[in-house]
Design a protein around this ligand. Sequence first.
Ligand SMILES: Cc1cc2nc3c(=O)[nH]c(=O)nc-3n(C[C@H](O)[C@H](O)[C@H](O)COP(=O)(O)OP(=O)(O)OC[C@H]3O[C@@H](n4cnc5c(N)ncnc54)[C@H](O)[C@@H]3O)c2cc1C
Ligand code: SF4
Ligand code: SF4
Length: 432
Amino acid sequence: MSVNKLKNIVDNDLCVRCGTCAGVCPVGAITFNDRNYPVSNFLCTDCGRCMEVCPGIDVNFPDLTMQLFSKKFEIDEVLGFFTNAYAGYALDPNVRANASSGGIITQLLIYLLEKKIIDGAIVTTMDPKLPWESRAIIAKTKDELLQSMQSRYTIVPVNQLLSKIRQMEGKFALVGLPCHIHGFRKLADIDPIIKDKIYLALGIYCSMNLEQEATLDLQKISRTPQNKIKKFEYRGGMWPGVIRVTLKNGTTHNLHYSNYKDGAFNYLSRLYCAKRCLYCIDGSSELADISFADPWVQDGSGEWTYKGGWTLVFQRTEKGGELLTRAEEDHAIFLEKLYGNSKFERFIHNITNKRKMAFVRLSKLKRKNKPKPEYHLCNPTITIKDQLKEYFFSLTLILSKNNRIRKIVMKILFSRTGILFTKLRIFLKYRT
Ligand SMILES: Cc1cc2nc3c(=O)[nH]c(=O)nc-3n(C[C@H](O)[C@H](O)[C@H](O)COP(=O)(O)OP(=O)(O)OC[C@H]3O[C@@H](n4cnc5c(N)ncnc54)[C@H](O)[C@@H]3O)c2cc1C
Ligand code: SF4
Ligand code: SF4
């Protein structure tokens, strides 16, 4: 029965919580529990479509890459196939200032809507009633798109809305993390209606995602009563931003003292990383029409190269390229071509590291004969150095296993003392 198979995927930690199973289900038999895991109910007819589209168990990278780009999948090309790469930003200063990076994603969606190329877009926003919780919506107005700006470091089963899209008139865009894009491509492969209605898939780079407890614990350790929160932001203010809350009385409070990238996000990623992310090999949304990243690019002294809000943009398909050209010509976005790799060494290193470490963990699962996601690829050579690196990394995850210890560590790291740890990390990271 599909009911049992779905449960097995969840119980074996294979589920990425993308929502595609609910997006394909023809009878609405799949809902999500409070941790965003799918649960199927008595309506299930055992048609098996949810299993067919699930990217948690299987993503055929060679086939999907060939289908989309007529290219062979290259395991070492961690940025995926792209025809052009840019650094750019939204030319609407309000979008640029309030987005995660340079606001290119939101500006492109507004452009598509205003030019009537799409009728709406699947995006994520904060729940207006519970502003620390994220949810997916089909945005049909500029105002709704503006509400969707910024990265939310929490799991949202975005693709469940594909079942609604199937019933709607018109064309739509989809914004998602790599795992959402995998699920969408698998679904589009068996469902011509979805393939036709989703005009464009905009993919976000992703190193990992956080469990919902990260957001809740942050509120607790900062002693912020939920009933006073009006707005919760993971990337509020000037790039790279801070995690902050705005209260109903209008005051805004940062939830950490250390910097965002080497401090707060680094701590959260060790303490609250979603387990399935450790086995994910796609850091660059390789199967999207266009992919978008934060400009984590530094000069020799450790200073950020792109300040003031920039998005890195990777043009992959022809359709993606056409949109970028039109939006640039119509002065919606500014784009500057990226040349050479020297500045991007660390940026590429981070994506390479994600893939390499995922393969080390996958080979561990294989050795132990445990269920693992299938990517239809030969495992690359794993060196002793890689294994040691993964071993030391896994030690840092131990703190995440006990809730009480985790909260104590959080209290320290998110206090002023966290600044010292961040300084030490930056010193060690950039000493060479
Ligand atoms: C969980 C997560 C991990 C990331 N990891 C990396 C990384 O390792 N390296 C890197 O370079 N960049 C990463 N990013 C991407 C980066 O933070 C920016 O999203 C990207 O640079 C685009 O910026 P923008 O200003 O153009 O987007 P904006 O204009 O601010 O638009 C953001 C879009 O992202 C969508 N979105 C936000 N949160 C989610 C979510 N949880 N699930 C699905 N869609 C969402 C929104 O709907 C919105 O459409 C990550 C983003 C997320 C959400
Ligand atoms: S389709 Fe997505 S949400 Fe559904 S079981 Fe698979 S990974 Fe989980
Ligand atoms: S690391 Fe992979 S599985 Fe985890 S949220 Fe990002 S894309 Fe999805």
